[in-house]
Design a protein around this ligand. Structure first.
Ligand SMILES: [Zn+2]
Length: 784
């Protein structure tokens, strides 16, 4: 094979540096080693559950009553706990999450705050008020025979000592627990965020709306990688729970409607004949049908029943159980078919007070159905028979049921912020059925494993709802402001739930964006979607850890993502890749017909550009040679760039020495550009390069991040292009969350930042207005 030697002409010549990093084990492309647990027979190196994988089980039979006069909950439960582990257990741990609002709670004690010159009573109360008499009041903990068991309450956790060791691999123990607690006001900022559930009081009609969550003593998780997960609940790190079946009898005032996890068992006893008929009809309806109308609910608000009813719900294979109850509830439902689901029809349902209409009635159940369809497509088909959205003052998720805010103004109008806020929170909270209710990750340890994955799927649902949906997180550029913040207010995604700073950005926005970047930019949709679904399939109804996700995504796609997980999940580095320089190169054709005119033109331009030459032309009317022709000789009229016969001869000789391939290559007339890149932010990313050509067209080249594998600080690459280039732009569609766009252009281009001009006095905005939302304004204008 004949070698091709090409000679390049350039103003400067630089040697490309080969592998410069002297310390290869610091390479951003080294494989994840000590960061991940060693694979074993429980969890394999492929990211799938291993042949010895086991998990515990807890089945519950509960009788609970809500006292609507005293806002108190009273319950008795029988827990049947199955020890599938290979270990004998002498005690078990139970979660007492209500103790987060006990007056002696560590949550109050460890909350940090500062005084400011202007402090409202509400703000002050949220700092110092621990007067609410919250927390579980335990009556007893007994064994299957009704004999008292020794138990020790350690804040939000309780150890129950077993009189007999619990056998490994299938041993069962029964706990009977009786308890009560005062239900907190979920509007109270000192309590609501930590307890999640509570009541809302409506002073206009004197009624209560209850959302009850973490309302019963729940088994903690014992597993192969943590042992007991009994890290205290401080309010931020949510819940870690085993799967089981539930039978729950809920006693409430007879005029209440109960919305609950599970399937209602005694509809004939608690619903009217008319309600039952409407419910049956809704199963085959193609739009939500109202089972309790607004008129019926409003009528009930006027009186209070003195009798009680008991609603019995059963739920299979769930990690938790929550319910809402009120006489204020409007209730609508629609049967949804999801391809591949084991359920022939899934009931999408909503429960809400009249205060949430007209918004909730129009959108909630449709949004529930939409979430089931989109998430089922991207993970596993929704396996439960029911999915419910209940209107309440803040969003929170449980199996089959979630509580989502969505309340218009009193006049029935609402801002776009309220509308899209409501839709997004419904997509999000219903979406939590998949992460962590089914793909049951450890929320107490890793918030991002459910919130991040769920926020990513929420983005998919939003974008499938409407094309111009104003999504908050998902697009790469939405995370730029966070990623360029001072590193003191960031910690890696791989941080324990209770220690995360800037919770929303860290555990929701950043992982959601990272997954979207993997899907759109690093892996492509086909490889990503297959692998993400594989993760959901492998870990549905099991307990995955981060390494199971990281490994599965690589195992199923054949893409080495260690560099990506390391950079995005284990560090606080950001993306800032700079296009440092673009150097054009032109091939020396050796053809005197081409090269000599070019050289002649360049020599002439160089001379004419010289400052002395220019000034003398202006200041000296003539030179010595111009005055005296006798001073001229051959060289005064010799053009070194004129083509002479010997040039042609040399060219013919050169060409005859080249083979056909070389000649063909030369005939292409390619333009060569060396691009130099510098990694300034720390995260390596693919290089997406847009060349803009002289003729106004452009072309995008996509280079995988592995271009940085030999040198993760600086790389250069040569491109051969058919047309001359006028400018180059890095990441033209803002796919990589690059925090500094100015160094993405060559030649450099200033990227304008926006600022808003304020009036010098008064402080009001120029474009303020009446404080009305657009719907109110439109109504006001049509009246005039
Ligand atoms: Zn969430």
């Amino acid at each position: 094979m004949k070698h091709l030697y090409l000679i390049f002409v350039a103003s400067s010549f630089t040697l490309i540096a080969w592998a410069q990093s002297p310390n290869t084990d610091k390479s951003l492309f080294r494989q994840l080693g000590s960061e991940l647990p060693t694979p074993n027979t429980y969890r394999t190196a492929s990211g799938a559950p291993g042949e010895s994988y086991w998990q515990q089980r807890a089945d519950y039979d509960i009788k609970v009553e809500v006292d609507d006069d005293k806002q108190r909950l009273i319950g008795k439960e029988t827990i049947t706990y199955t020890n599938n582990s290979p270990h004998v257990l002498t005690y078990v741990w139970v979660q007492l999450d209500q103790n987060v609002v006990d007056p002696e709670s560590d949550t109050y004690k460890t909350k940090t705050n500062t005084m400011s010159e202007r402090t409202s009573l509400m703000q002050l109360n949220s700092m110092i008020d621990n007067s609410f008499d919250g927390g579980f009041k335990l009556e007893y903990v007994r064994d299957v025979m009704g004999k008292d068991l020794k138990y020790t309450v350690n804040k939000t956790m309780m150890r129950v000592d077993l009189p007999m060791p619990l056998a490994a691999k299938g041993g069962k123990v029964v706990l009977n627990i009786s308890w009560a607690y005062n239900i907190n006001d979920r509007q109270n900022p000192a309590l609501s965020a930590d307890s999640r559930g509570g009541y809302e009081y409506f002073p206009e009609d004197g009624n209560y709306l209850y959302t009850l969550a973490q309302w019963y003593p729940r088994m903690a998780v014992y597993d192969d990688y943590n042992g007991w997960q009994h890290k205290q609940f401080l309010g931020q790190g949510e819940f870690t729970l085993p799967f089981g079946n539930f039978t729950v009898a809920i006693t409430v005032p007879a005029d209440h409607i109960v919305a609950s996890t599970g399937v209602l068992q005694n509809g004939k006893e608690v619903l009217s004949a008319e309600q039952l008929k409407r419910f049956e009809m809704s199963k085959t309806a193609d739009k939500p049908l109202v089972i309790v109308t607004q008129a019926e609910a409003t009528e009930k608000e006027k009186t209070k029943a003195t009798t009680k009813k008991t609603w019995i719900y059963k739920a299979e294979n769930v990690r938790d159980f929550a319910f809402g109850t009120s006489r204020k509830y409007i209730w609508d439902a629609m049967g949804v078919k999801v391809e591949g689901s084991t359920q022939p029809v899934i009931m999408a349902m909503s429960y809400y007070p009249k205060e949430a209409n007209p918004l909730y009635g129009q959108y909630s159940t449709e949004a529930v159905a939409h979430t089931l369809r989109v998430y089922s497509k991207h993970t596993i088909p929704y396996p439960y028979p029911v999915a419910i959205s209940v209107e309440a003052s803040n969003g929170m998720e449980y199996p089959m049921i979630c509580f989502n805010y969505g309340r218009p103004e009193k006049d029935g109008t609402y801002s776009d912020r309220i509308k899209y806020g409501m839709l997004s929170v419904i997509f999000h909270e219903v979406g939590h059925n998949f992460f962590p209710m089914i793909v049951n990750s450890d929320e107490r340890q890793w918030t991002w494993m459910d919130e991040g994955l769920n926020s990513f799927c929420q983005f998919l649902a939003e974008q499938e709802w409407q094309r111009d949906y104003p999504s908050g997180s998902g697009p790469a550029k939405s995370i730029v402001d966070y990623m360029k913040m001072d590193k003191s207010v960031q910690n890696p995604i791989m941080t324990n739930s209770e220690s995360i700073i800037r919770f929303g950005d860290n555990a929701y926005g950043k992982p959601a964006t990272a997954l979207n970047i993997l899907r759109e930019t690093v892996m492509g949709r086909d490889l990503f979607d297959f692998s993400f679904r594989e993760y959901a399939k492998r870990w549905a109804f099991k307990h995955p850890t981060p390494s199971d996700l990281f490994r599965t995504m690589e195992d199923a796609s054949g893409v080495d993502l260690d560099w990506f997980w390391r950079g995005w999940f284990f560090t606080t580095d950001h993306v800032d890749i700079s296009l440092e320089n673009v150097t054009p190169f032109r091939m020396d054709t050796k053809n005197p017909e081409i090269e000599k005119p070019i050289a002649g033109k360049a020599a002439k331009e160089e001379l004419e550009n010289d400052i002395t030459y220019q000034n003398n032309k202006r200041d000296l009317p003539t030179t010595a040679v111009e005055r005296n022709k006798a001073l001229e000789d051959f060289y005064n009229n010799y053009d070194p760039n004129a083509i002479v016969p010997s040039d042609k001869k040399a060219y013919d000789q050169y060409m005859s020495g080249l083979g056909e391939k070389e000649k063909a290559f030369m005939a292409k007339g390619l333009h060569f550009y060396q691009l130099d890149f510098a990694n300034k932010g720390g995260l390596v990313m693919p290089l997406i390069i847009q060349f803009n050509f002289e003729d106004g067209t452009s072309e995008v080249k996509r280079i995988p991040a592995e271009i940085f594998r030999l040198n993760d600080q600086k790389v250069s690459k040569v491109f051969a292009l058919a047309k001359p280039v006028v400018s180059v732009e890095l990441d033209p569609q803002e796919e990589t969350a690059d925090t500094d766009r100015e160094n993405n252009f060559f030649p450099r281009k200033a990227v304008p930042s926006r600022f808003e001009l304020f009036k010098q006095s008064g402080g009001g905005r120029w474009s303020g207005g009446s404080g009305m939302n657009p719907m109110q304004k439109a109504k006001a204008e049509t009246k005039n």
